[in-house]
Design a protein around this ligand. Structure first.
Ligand SMILES: [Mn+2]
Length: 310
């Protein structure tokens, strides 16, 4: 997965014998084609892509091998708590290699956004795209020399870290351990390719509408109407998600919510989804973002009739 699978396939072909010259030629052609695919993403300032190159990433058994898989909730720039959680996870698994997965919202609201992305990339962690990651990507697609003031920290980001964000998929599936990761939610009974991006990055509730006059199951970002989407998820795969700090840790038969509001001074949580299956929560080091302030802001926005805030 780190290296393009195309190269791996060519390598395998080479080992099985045949004319080595034809393999060299194929490798050259492959490298050229891959460079065309990558060009837009490495030179992102020119044209920043709206969508990741792979929207629904599937991890194969060889991507996991003997690794313990640890899924971590919303980070929002809380680097210090993340470092502590990674350390605790390593102590828990005692020497077994760990693949760190993230439910998205790596950035915004918290103190060390650029550092979190760099750290996760270096950790070879994989994250899905959250609404806050998506907001930054939207911003990057505009005039980068004129980013809004809340994105001042983006100037510290290396190109490779921005590139990492741009490539984060909407879902990560691991069929070998019957698991899937998404930031917000998935509408049951609808194939992945038909899921809306808004639902995958914003949904908290599902509202059941009249199937004849409405749209059936409809995702909603608010929690005032309908029920928690995860309470309706029937499986078969178990979904790990974030985005719902208000509900906090959620345990449903086939879904686990991991946003325990670290940035709001609550907790940061991660869970091993194979081997020990242990869940680890630790206290936030401080209140990084005051929720009282957020509530006031939301009320002001609501009074203005704007329902687009998250
Ligand atoms: Mn979110």
């Amino acid at each position: 997965m780190d290296a393009p699978r195309m190269f791996t396939m060519l390598e395998r072909g080479h080992r099985t014998g045949g004319d080595p010259r034809s393999h060299t030629l194929m490798a050259a052609v492959g490298a050229f084609l891959w460079s065309l695919v990558c060009r837009n993403y490495t030179n992102a300032t020119e044209e920043t892509p709206r969508f990741p190159p792979v929207r629904h990433l599937v991890l194969e058994p060889e991507d996991i091998r003997e690794k313990a898989v640890f899924v971590i909730g919303d980070i929002h720039g809380c680097l210090d708590e993340l470092l502590e959680l990674v350390e605790k996870a390593r102590r828990t698994e005692q020497g077994r290699e760990i693949l760190f997965l993230f439910v998205g919202d790596l950035i915004n609201k918290g103190p060390k956004n650029a550092e979190v992305v760099k750290y996760i990339r270096e950790l070879k962690g994989l994250s899905v795209r959250g609404n806050n990651d998506e907001s930054l990507i939207d911003e990057l697609r505009g005039d980068r020399s004129n980013l809004s003031s809340k994105y001042g920290w983006v100037a510290e980001m290396a190109d490779e870290d921005i590139d990492y964000l741009l490539k984060m998929p909407y879902t990560i599936s691991i069929p070998s351990i019957n698991s899937m990761i998404v930031h917000a939610g998935i509408i049951p009974g609808r194939p992945l390719h038909a899921q809306s991006i808004t639902d995958m990055v914003h949904m908290r509730n599902i509202i059941e509408e009249d199937y004849f006059h409405g749209s059936g199951l409809r995702g909603d970002r608010h929690v005032t109407e309908g029920v928690a989407w995860a309470s309706l998820w029937p499986g078969p795969e178990h979904i790990y998600f974030g985005h719902d700090a208000r509900r906090g840790l959620q345990f449903h038969p086939k879904a686990t919510g991991l946003d325990t509001g670290c940035v709001y001074g609550k907790e940061l949580t991660g869970v091993f989804i194979n081997y020990s299956k242990k869940l680890i929560s630790l206290k936030a080091h401080k209140v990084h973002k005051d929720t009282t302030l957020k509530k006031i802001k939301n009320n002001v926005k609501r009074n203005k009739g704007n329902q687009n805030n998250v």
